[in-house]
Design a protein around this ligand. Structure first.
Ligand code: HEM
Length: 223
């Protein structure tokens, strides 16, 4: 699969960018029209939280999609989707600090220390921050191999994000949505484990085959 250039960079990618802003526009419209229900602050915080998680999963989906379909171009949207996850994560945190807690730092500190779902949410956000900060080409060049290592933080942070949602929902006995996100995340991480195991198996098999070839054995003996 391939979208012809310049349509991919001039039409498709900008269209995805605009689509990613729709949740923000819908919320803004809801505030304007006063249609967010009896507790608009809770509605806003929750919406931003869910969109953060959705964009995290979409970011993880990109590599799987590339492997499944061979659509290499989709990799060019990964950074944008990851940055949208951070964008909605920042709005989620800001709505908690500002709308929910009115910057009552004592209360916020208490929440972080005493409410496990807030503790893991905070941890997830803290792990997300260096990924956003280093998502640009200059940082990629500067960090070299360490860039890839650093960006593997997306795995534990996504697990913490699902756990954050799970613990919140558990206390309110509405586990269906976090269960769905947990299954989706397990599929995406499971596919990566499968690919890694396959690569290891192929590498060990090819080294065995080359070691059993007579020319290689002779070379090995001479060495
Ligand atoms: C990667 C980071 C995070 C993700 C993916 C995330 C995701 C979510 C999700 C999915 C929900 C539940 C939405 C629903 O009920 O439909 C939620 C709720 C909530 N999150 Fe987060 N969150 C993150 C970080 C944080 C941080 C850093 C804080 C605050 C320190 C926070 C505070 C809250 C609160 C207070 C709620 C409950 C809102 C309510 O019921 O009024 N989250 N979050």
């Amino acid at each position: 699969m391939q979208i012809r250039e310049p349509y991919f960079s001039k039409v498709f990618k900008p269209a995805v960018f605009v689509l990613a802003l729709v949740p923000l526009a819908v919320l803004g419209w809801g505030v304007w029209q006063d249609t967010l229900g009896a507790n608009p602050i809770e509605y806003i915080t929750r919406s931003f939280g869910e969109w953060t998680l959705r964009f995290l999963l979409l970011t993880l989906l990109i590599s799987t999609l590339r492997r499944a379909t061979g659509w290499v171009q989709c990799l060019r949207m990964r950074r944008m989707l990851g940055l949208f996850a951070f964008f909605y994560g920042t709005l989620h945190l800001a709505s908690y600090l500002w709308l929910d807690q009115f910057f009552d730092w004592g209360e916020i500190w208490f929440d972080i220390l005493e409410r496990p779902f807030i503790t893991v949410g905070m941890l997830a956000f803290l792990l997300m921050t260096p990924l956003a900060v280093t998502s640009f080409k200059a940082a990629m060049r500067k960090l070299g191999k360490n860039w890839q290592r650093l960006h593997m933080l997306i795995y534990p942070l996504s697990m913490l994000a699902v756990l954050h949602f799970w613990w919140l929902a558990e206390s309110k006995s509405r586990l269906a949505m976090p269960q769905l996100y947990a299954v989706l995340l397990a599929i995406l991480l499971g596919e990566r484990l499968y690919q890694a195991a396959k690569r290891k198996w192929l590498a060990s098999n090819s080294s065995k085959t080359s070691a059993s070839r007579p020319s290689v054995r002779m070379a090995a003996k001479r060495a």
